[in-house]
Design a protein around this ligand. Structure first.
Ligand SMILES: CC(=O)SCCNC(=O)CCNC(=O)[C@H](O)C(C)(C)COP(=O)(O)OP(=O)(O)OC[C@H]1O[C@@H](n2cnc3c(N)ncnc32)[C@H](O)[C@@H]1OP(=O)(O)O
Ligand SMILES: CC(C)C(=O)C(=O)O
Length: 573
């Protein structure tokens, strides 16, 4: 790269429009959309679509709700011609859909283009010629006057040919190609020449392209407002824009152009098109949607649409593509996951959508929440807890989330790749010995009254513990109290219960067919650090006792077995 790029590149001159109004405008309704997937999109494919793929694309566009579809460049090739004929001859164009075809300003090509439309109910003939200085000099070798003469001659020709086919309702679209790079006055003259040659008062679309993006989108908005003022008193004129994306600002250019007075937007699904692509219509339409404006296009099953477009174009849609990419409803980083989980837990997906980091409800596009959160080395407790709850129904208490996230981090450091919900469950089950917790045998629990008149529970059971069978006997003010006292006496550990929580798990989750109980116990054992245990059982008492054993096992992991000791007093913090 150059040390001084100014030696080679020049900045684009701004438009002198001091009284511009577009910065204060708001887009409150959807524009008219034209899909140019079958023309500008198609001409940019490594392998242009064959008839079968063109038809699939056309039918997809109709299903999505496009009412104006540029179906091709019929003078360019036999496939293009045959496709237009197939649509007309087989009556495949719905009554509310208008097809558009494109031609350069060349006699023989215009003639063939208009012929291709014979029998159409309604059609837009799209004529273009470049108007910017570089093109005038290098491509055409023409002065401005000669360019105007070219426009006049060819639009007159379109008029004559279409007048000869009165069975079709005709609209002319004129594009001063390279508008974004041209002097505004030259573009205006070209448009006025086209209007006059077509016939004042007859419907005409003036389509203003950023054939190559050359400036920041505010400059394009100024250009559009300038042109809109020139044609403001012409009701027959529809002002359309056709942004490309060379600077990566196609979407912004289209949106600012709508604020500046454009009524119609041309583009392609997911931004296919020449070089960096055409404007991404899905992007602009869904940007409107999340501002509460109905776009008039239906992307309810965005994955199916994406798959169909990928098939037709033989090009992938990137994983980070706005609204449609594989990863765009996924959060990897811990603080995002935490915020999303809290917002769902607080019911913030209610009537008015307010979920942090998710500008749109993925469900509206047929995507699912399951895909929202994924866990890798950047993740924190929130995402892990979300996945375990969403997939397995367990609602981990906050301190258990923190404890388990450290277990996950250690596994992640070794493994170095993303963990699925199933991987997390395997790790969780093994860490808290959900399947391997020794089961209490011959459990007998009797509720009674103590000598002081309070509630007293007596517990007897046997338990396999560190290779020997323990006979447990204890009493307390409830089953957990009695069990902890009995276990402390039998194992020689001082056990204190710091926290206890429980909940039911519905019968439909991945945990099992029937409803189950989940219990979480936090213990301090022998004045060590607090540890959690988890128990899943069909009954709540069984789950709680399992959770106590799970926590004690974790607390004494790696220690030598203790001799018996006297029962410990139970305290619940
Ligand atoms: C910005 C855009 O997307 S414009 C759309 C462009 N799309 C396509 O080009 C796809 C389909 N195109 C084609 O199949 C062919 O290019 C055709 C059939 C249109 C023409 O093919 P050819 O006659 O071989 O010409 P070629 O492709 O080399 O085009 C260049 C010629 O067209 C002229 N030309 C380019 N644009 C235009 C225009 N809008 N109006 C009139 N003439 C034009 C050039 O000046 C050049 O003329 P020259 O040969 O006298 O110097
Ligand atoms: C001819 C026009 C509309 C075009 O495709 C462009 O300029 O990009």
């Amino acid at each position: 790269m150059l040390h001084n790029p100014a030696a080679k590149y020049r900045p684009f001159a701004p438009v002198a429009l001091r009284d511009r109004t577009w910065p204060d405008a708001q887009i409150t309704r959807a524009p008219r959309w034209l899909s140019t997937d079958l023309r500008d999109g198609n001409q940019a494919l490594i392998e242009p679509m064959d008839l079968a793929r063109k038809l699939r694309m056309f039918e997809l566009l109709v299903r999505i709700g496009f009412k104006e579809i540029e179906v091709g460049f019929p003078a360019a090739s036999q496939v293009e011609w045959d496709f237009v004929r197939q649509l007309i001859d087989e009556d495949r164009i719905p009554h509310d859909v208008t097809i558009q075809v494109m031609t350069p300003a060349r006699e023989e090509l215009i003639e063939r283009t208009v012929q291709s439309l014979a029998g159409a109910r309604r059609a837009i003939v799209h004529v273009y010629n470049a108007v910017a200085p570089l093109w005038r000099e290098v491509v055409f070798g023409m002065s401005v006057l000669q360019v105007m003469a070219l426009v006049e001659r060819h639009v007159r020709q379109v008029r004559a040919l279409t007048d000869a086919q009165p069975g079709t309702e005709w609209v002319l679209q004129y594009s001063p190609e390279t508008f974004s790079l041209a002097e505004l006055d030259v573009s205006r003259q070209a448009c006025e020449t086209a209007i006059a040659a077509w016939g004042t008062g007859r419907p005409i679309i003036l389509n203003l392209p950023t054939t190559v993006e050359a400036a920041t989108p505010n400059v394009f908005a100024d250009q559009i407002e300038w042109m809109a003022r020139c044609f403001a008193d012409r009701p027959e004129v529809v002002l359309s824009v056709h942004p490309h994306n060379d600077r990566g600002t196609g979407t912004a250019a289209a949106e600012l152009a709508l604020m500046a007075g454009a009524h119609r937007v041309e583009g392609c699904l997911f931004g296919n098109g020449e070089r960096t692509g055409n404007l991404d219509i899905v992007n602009v339409a869904l940007n409107l949607y999340v501002q509460g404006v109905a776009p008039g296009l239906d992307f309810s099953d965005i994955d199916a649409i994406r798959a169909e477009v990928e098939h037709c174009n033989q090009l992938p849609v990137p994983a980070r593509h706005p609204y449609a990419g594989d990863l765009v409803y996924t959060s990897f980083s811990g603080s995002h996951q935490d915020a999303i989980k809290k917002a769902f837990a607080a019911g913030r997906e209610g009537d008015v959508w307010a979920i942090p980091y998710l500008p749109i409800d993925p469900k509206d596009l047929g995507r699912s929440y399951e895909a929202v959160i994924r866990v890798n080395s950047q993740s924190g407790k929130g995402g892990i807890a979300y996945l375990l709850e969403a997939e397995y129904g367990v609602q981990l208490p906050r301190r258990l989330q923190i404890e388990f996230s450290q277990v996950v981090q250690r596994a992640m450091d070794v493994q170095g790749k993303e963990l699925s919900a199933a991987d997390l469950w395997t790790l969780f089950s093994s860490e808290y010995a959900l399947d391997g917790t020794p089961v209490l045998q011959q459990r007998q629990i009797t509720a009674g009254t103590s000598a002081q008149g309070g509630a007293q529970t007596e517990l007897r059971a046997s338990l396999q513990w560190q290779g020997r069978e323990l006979a447990l006997q204890g009493s307390g003010n409830g089953p957990i109290d009695a069990f902890v006292n009995a276990l402390g006496a039998a194992t020689g550990h001082a056990i204190r219960v710091l926290d206890y929580q429980e909940h039911a798990i519905g019968g439909t989750g991945s945990v099992g067919g029937d409803a189950r109980a989940a219990a979480y116990v936090e213990l301090r054992v022998d004045d060590g650090r607090p540890v959690f245990g988890v128990g899943l059982e069909h009954d709540i008492v069984g789950a709680a006792l399992r959770a106590v054993v799970s926590a004690l096992q974790r607390a004494v992991r790696g220690q030598q077995p203790r001799p018996h000791a006297a029962p410990q007093a139970l305290q619940v913090a």
